[in-house]
Unconditional design. Structure first.
Ligand code: DC
Length: 182
């Protein structure tokens, strides 16, 4: 989070005329859906009970901008909150196998059908292990927290550097210690 993956991937895709695929944005509507139902991302029974009510779609507009569609609604503008960052991280760690394989297939089908720059934590290792080019990009938590803080302030939102730093460290821990695709 905040290392600059999406900035660089987006520029590269534009340069090459490829699709830019933000895979975090595929996890976020899943977290949003369970949030709307009041189901905790760790509540496996709740996830199993409601999962059949969820449909996730991905569309590209004429400018090549990725839109996430949840149950027919465009939720692209609603899914970038710090709260949903945390919940998407938990959902990705606790997802039932059906959710995981559905999301995996959605990502792989995009790469089968188009030339893509795909951005996400487990793309080179798990989603597209045979990718032609793999780039591992990271930065210190402090630099990443500063980037996030600046981004939020530029958007006119409130941002607390220390809280953002703590959130980033917590999410790194969750994403790297989960059982599936750590
Ligand atoms: O990249 P992001 O902050 O939008 O991702 C939100 C969460 O989704 C992240 O904390 C873990 C999960 N995720 C994942 O498991 N695999 C990906 N390729 C992308 C995101």
């Amino acid at each position: 989070a905040g290392a600059g993956k999406s900035t660089i991937a987006r520029r590269l895709a534009k340069e090459l005329g490829f699709y830019y695929v933000d895979t975090g944005a595929i996890y976020r509507p899943v977290a949003y859906f369970f949030d709307l139902w009041g189901v905790s991302p760790k509540d496996i029974d709740g996830i199993t009970r409601y999962i059949d009510e969820l449909t996730i779609g991905i569309e590209y507009d004429d400018e090549g901008v990725q839109h996430m569609i949840m149950n027919g609604m465009d939720v692209t503008g609603d899914i970038r909150t710090p709260d949903l960052s945390q919940k998407a991280s938990l959902v990705s760690a606790h997802a039932i196998p059906e959710v995981r394989s559905f999301l995996m297939e959605l990502q792989r089908s995009l790469a089968r059908e188009h030339s893509v720059i795909m951005d996400g934590r487990d793309i080179g290792t798990v989603v597209l292990p045979k990718a032609t080019v793999k780039i591992f990009l990271t930065a210190t938590p402090e630099v990443r927290a500063k980037r996030r803080t600046d981004e939020l302030i530029a958007k006119g939102q409130k941002a607390d550097y220390n809280k953002i730093l703590k959130d980033i460290q917590q999410r790194d821990y969750q994403d790297t210690h989960r059982a599936a695709a750590p």
